[in-house]
Design a binder for this molecule. Structure first.
Ligand code: UD1
Ligand code: UDP
Length: 356
């Protein structure tokens, strides 16, 4: 039995191809949701759109300080695993859910498969960097999306159990873009023209919990909107909505909206003139969809996007955001998607089923 652990928006999306692969191979699995994300627009909407089975367990850990949240996940996952017959626990990415579930499995001697292993920002101030490093070091199967990720693991002495599979986000984009194109009415709803708007998101703790950086991002978006004469659509994570209010940031001139479902978001990404974001998954999706991206951070654990020319780092200073956006908008040429052929989930599931 495979325990597929998820807790947040990107984990649901990136695990969905793995769920499909298990279903098509008729492999026994169950979904364990930690409940780290719980608002409809951060959680249930994705189960509905991606037609995922209901989680067998939901720990409902909710929000809280890192230690408390991670601690609840460790204890909750342990309790479930003690009563289930899981031979492997699959986790995806770098959230507190990932570290908590991996720790619980490790202590029980249950094998751990880390999907998206080997990513490094080399910035230990990010909570995600701690989660990635620790999870990689206790995992049995390390599903590295690219050769660069494999190399990061090798540098840390991790060579056993590493498989380069591609990133399941390519599978998810391939599986859902056609539905998005068929079903999405978002451009009409928001009165947008194809390639006539800028799409923005920001939710990283180090950005939005810092009033100066959050204001820098918003001012940068306003400057880009003004210079390009294009509207900015900003589906804002609940953390960001809370901080915009708390810090009294003036976001007038930018369309700040609630988070939206995956199909609508994918369609918005595919048709944007430019994407500005601090999200990891969105940097990848922009690259896969052939849309230029400006990353509102000083570093990225997705260096492949910079190397192929789909992405540029801008930080959170308004002038730099504008300069990098100008540069990306005027750059020409296409690139190859470096994240794989869309069969990552099949490879991952095959590898696990061989060794059970
Ligand atoms: C988490 C992950 C981050 C990932 C992101 C995906 C960690 C350390 N961080 O960050 O790596 O990129 O998920 O989106 O695991 N909230 C709601 N409803 C929800 C979820 C959150 O209102 O469904 C609000 C709460 O006020 C909460 C805040 O958002 O305090 C932050 O949520 P949390 O899960 O702690 O971190 P994220 O910023 O979502
Ligand atoms: N996403 C979405 N609706 C939104 C914003 C993002 O469906 O309003 C999707 C996006 O397509 C991507 C994932 O959420 O697949 C990225 O999640 P997020 O930015 O929260 O986390 P990260 O990837 O940075 O961990």
């Amino acid at each position: 039995m495979i325990a597929i652990v998820i807790g947040t928006r990107p984990e649901i999306i990136k695990m969905s191809p793995i769920v499909r692969a298990c279903q098509s191979k008729d492999l026994g699995f169950f979904i364990l949701h930690t409940g780290q994300h719980y608002s409809y627009s951060m959680d249930k909407v994705f189960f509905e759109e991606l037609e995922l089975p209901e989680p067998k367990h939901n720990l409902e850990v909710g929000s809280g300080p890192h230690g408390e949240q991670t601690g609840k996940i460790v204890a909750g996952v342990e309790k479930i695993l003690l009563n289930e017959n899981a031979s492997v626990v699959l986790v995806q990415g770098d959230t507190n859910t990932v570290l908590g579930a991996a720790l619980a499995a490790s202590k029980l001697g249950i094998k751990i498969g880390h999907v998206e292993a080997g990513l490094r920002s080399f910035d230990r101030s990010m909570p995600e960097e701690t989660n990635r490093i620790l999870t990689d070091h206790i995992s049995d199967y390390l599903f590295a999306p690219t050769q660069a990720a494999k190399k990061n693991l090798a540098i840390e002495g991790i060579r056993k159990g590493v498989y380069v599979t591609g990133n399941t986000i390519v599978d998810a984009v391939n599986q859902n873009l056609v539905f998005a194109e068929r079903k999405s009415k978002i451009l009409c709803k928001l009165d947008l023209a194809k390639k006539g708007y800028i799409l923005a998101t920001a939710h990283r703790q180090e950005n939005v919990d810092n009033a100066k950086r959050l204001k820098g991002i918003v001012d940068g978006l306003k400057a880009v909107s003004h210079k390009m004469s294009m509207p900015v659509i900003f589906p804002a994570h609940p953390r960001t909505q809370n901080r915009l209010k708390e810090f009294g940031v003036d976001a007038s001139g930018i369309s700040v909206i609630d988070p939206i479902g995956y199909l609508e978001f994918l369609y918005l990404e595919a048709n944007a003139a430019l994407i500005l974001t601090d999200s990891g998954g969105i940097q990848e999706e922009a690259c896969i969809l052939g849309v230029r991206c400006v990353t509102l951070r000083e570093n990225t654990e997705r260096p492949e996007t910079i190397q192929v020319g789909s992405n540029a780092l801008a930080g959170t200073e308004p002038k730099r955001i504008l300069a990098k956006s100008n540069k990306m908008l005027s750059s020409k040429g296409k690139w190859e998607n470096p994240f794989g052929d869309g069969h990552a989930a099949r490879r991952i599931v095959q590898r696990i089923s061989q060794s059970r």
